[in-house]
Design a protein around this ligand. Sequence first.
Ligand code: PGA
Ligand code: ZN
Length: 404
Amino acid sequence: MSAVRSVAVDLIYDSRGHPTIEATVALQSGASGRAGAPSGASTGVHEVQAFPAGGVPEAIRVVRERLIPRLLGVDAADRAAFDGTIHAVDGTPNLSVVGGNSATALSVAAATAVAAERGEPLWRLLARPGIDGRRFPSIVGNSLNGGKHAIGGPEFQEFIAFAEDPDPSRSIPAAIRTHQLLGEALHRRFPSAALGRGDEGGWVAAVGSEEGVALLAEACARARDELHVEVHPGLDLAASEFFADGRYRYRDRSLDRDGQVAFVAELVDRYGIRYLEDPIEQDDFEGFAAVTKAVGDRTLVVGDDLYTTRADRLARGVAAGATNAVLIKVNQVGTLTETLRTVDLAAADRQATVTSHRSGEVPEGWLAHVAVGTGARALKCGLLGGERVAKLNELLRLARLHGP
Ligand code: PGA
Ligand code: ZN
């Protein structure tokens, strides 16, 4: 039994400079684990609440006063018991009392402590049936930022280098090279303008959404030629962020649902897009199904805000034929238990999973273990910045230990 001896929660800062929470869980054996929780900016309306109304200080106070006393002595190796205690003390469906980020930090810290106690890597503790740690996710690497992650950028939130290769020592440099080539192309396109970077390390430039896709597609083609890795364009539209009063609003026009479906289907074919996240707003399962019907045979159609990692919403999406893939973000549902429930449902329903960072991140590598342990089709992560590189480097380490 891996009984909990002590638990600590404290304030730390994320990559945007916003406060978040980290947890340290120590076991009777002396083993311990620590984890911090990331935060989103374009959060889905169906996510759990990251922090209670009083923010991080209130989260810390509530966890210390009400939750930690109940966690002491619990068997951390019994994930259902540990995570179940968090949900029981919180008592709300959206974790609004302790905060979803507290739940994530505690749940991951507990799992990390148990892994340390066993002398095993974290991924093995999370491993789903048939996972042996020798299969690695492809890379979904954010290269140009827009939407809520960039001031003055395009409507689409993320322009992605999707490097499809089972070997991280090939996929990671291919995605990074695409990012570099895209930066050079942007500089040529706007020779006298300043070029900045957004929240996830992608470039920020005053391009329109389609122009951004065209530049991205060119950069991918050049990276493919140079490195002989299958790197193709991807998009996260985060369409809910520019959807209002029934229409998708671009700087020069607005589209109804049918217009939006036709527009994204056209983009997929014109630019060879192979990864398409949230092309439709977060409550329109039918609109998603129309996109999947049109292009789901040649691109991943991924639900992020649509599902917010919730098994009940994924079940609804499967019934509707809404997607062929689901984004997995632990703090959208709080605990690893809830996350793995959704991962298992996805496997049963043949939906690919994509393990994802948040726009506000902590400089830790545990996300790579979640991706490997759950057999994710891809790891979605920025390519630059210490908090992003921490995850890529951890994936490289795992691949060197067990890899192809
Ligand atoms: P978020 O965005 O982390 O700001 O919610 C990431 C995404 O939409 O994929
Ligand atoms: Zn998204």
